[in-house]
Design a protein around this ligand. Structure first.
Ligand SMILES: C[S@@+](CC[C@H](N)C(=O)[O-])C[C@H]1O[C@@H](n2cnc3c(N)ncnc32)[C@H](O)[C@@H]1O
Length: 372
């Protein structure tokens, strides 16, 4: 069987967690890179990664690498690839590009050249041109051009993989599902002890935790992936994908640890309830102010994403009060995605684990404390 090279793209800071996840899922030749994780496998391994990875933002297929010192070299390099497996004139496409330290400096121009080369090849073969669709293309091509070396990828995911399909409504600052999944892995939660998100918002962390504990593949809630729209994806592939989905569904476990999702805002709790229902998981919901948490019960793990920015400015003592409560939870593990440096400052102890992560355009730090 043909062995292909794939690239799992990660949110900055989650690469290591993604690498660990893909190894655990049994993918082959998994390597840790900056920005993502390459792995190898037969074509269906790319589909499996879309269905099973909780942390990857996108799965891409490596189409080719070639020297690219000029415009013409880019055009010729793209034309050496046989695009008929992926698109016909009836398909739409989009191309995005990144240019670093190369003769071609403008990414928009590079993307246009790649598009022209693909379209010209299809037209030479069929007499018609496929068109561009930036919003919802059938085919998404990525060019990475660094030091005059081009690497071309084709996206398998379609919509980014954090769009699992279960989150219908969100509060003010929802976390991407893939980031929540990475935080859970970094927290070293054992997937059986009680987990609490005391500021759950739309419930992303708690829902991802329940799905992970039950071994529910995150892609099972997705209607479609990008690769299902490729020209070469035929009836046999469709059948094989259906079988893969069926096997993953059969592997879902009924065992659910207690997962508590709390927030002091009843409206966002309603959203979290609806999202959990759509994801097919059961959580214990509580309308509660985090500052009322008691530490006299059995030790649990907290994984949470407390308010930051404007919300925090409105209540200058909030951070101090919350960290004081957390510091009294003896025997607990407290894991925070902090979008404000105040949390780390107030907690004062050295965290057991600390990692910088990007939450959209906000630089955050993920902190893990075992409270003595
Ligand atoms: C950054 S958001 C969490 C977003 C969440 N991770 C998600 O994916 O939707 C912070 C949450 O803390 C909640 N919150 C703010 N003050 C609180 C308090 N005193 N007690 C409990 N929850 C609070 C807000 O209602 C908000 O939902």
């Amino acid at each position: 069987m043909e062995m292909l090279e794939f690239y799992a793209a990660a949110i900055p800071g989650t690469e290591k967690a993604l690498c660990e996840e893909l190894r655990e899922l049994g993918f082959a030749s998994v390597r840790l890179n900056r920005g993502g994780v390459p792995f190898r496998g037969e074509p269906s391994e790319g589909w499996r990664a879309c269905l099973e990875s909780r942390i990857a933002q996108r799965i891409q297929l490596l189409l080719g690498r070639f020297p690219c010192p000029s415009e013409q070299a880019l055009f010729d390099g793209v034309q050496t690839i046989d695009w008929s497996a992926y698109l016909t004139p009836n398909h739409t496409l989009s191309v995005s590009a990144v240019c670093i330290a190369s003769t071609i400096t403008h990414s928009g121009f590079a993307g246009l050249k790649v598009k022209d080369a693909i379209v010209d090849q299809v037209r030479a073969r069929t007499g018609r041109r496929p068109s561009v669709d930036r919003e919802d293309p059938d085919i998404r091509v990525f060019l990475y051009l660094a030091n005059n070396k081009a690497t071309l990828y084709l996206d398998l995911s379609g919509e980014p993989l954090h769009r699992r399909g279960y989150r219908k409504e969100t509060g003010d600052a929802p976390l991407r599902e893939t980031l929540a999944a990475a935080m859970l892995r970094m927290s070293r939660w054992d997937r059986s002890s009680t987990l609490v998100d005391p500021m759950c918002g739309s419930g992303t962390i708690a829902i991802e935790a329940a799905m992970w504990a039950r071994n529910m593949a995150p892609g099972l809630t997705r209607k479609q992936f990008g690769f299902e729209r490729w020209a070469g994806f035929g009836a046999d592939d469709d059948e094989a994908l259906r079988t893969m989905r069926g096997e993953l569904r059969a592997a879902v476990s009924g065992q659910v640890p207690r997962i508590i999702a709390a927030d002091n805002d009843p409206n966002v709790l309603d959203m979290a309830r609806a999202n959990a229902r759509a994801a097919g998981v059961k959580l214990a919901f509580k309308e509660r102010d985090v500052r009322e948490m008691q530490g006299d019960q059995a030790a649990h793990i907290i994984v949470t994403n407390p308010p930051y920015g404007v919300r925090l400015e409105k209540s200058p003592t909030f951070c101090r009060e919350v960290t004081a409560i957390f510091s009294r939870l003896h025997g607990w593990r407290v894991c925070l995605l902090a979008g404000s440096p105040d949390y780390e400052r107030e907690l004062s102890a050295t965290p057991q684990y600390r990692r910088r992560l990007s939450n959209g355009d906000i630089d955050c730090v993920f902190l893990v404390y075992d409270i003595d």
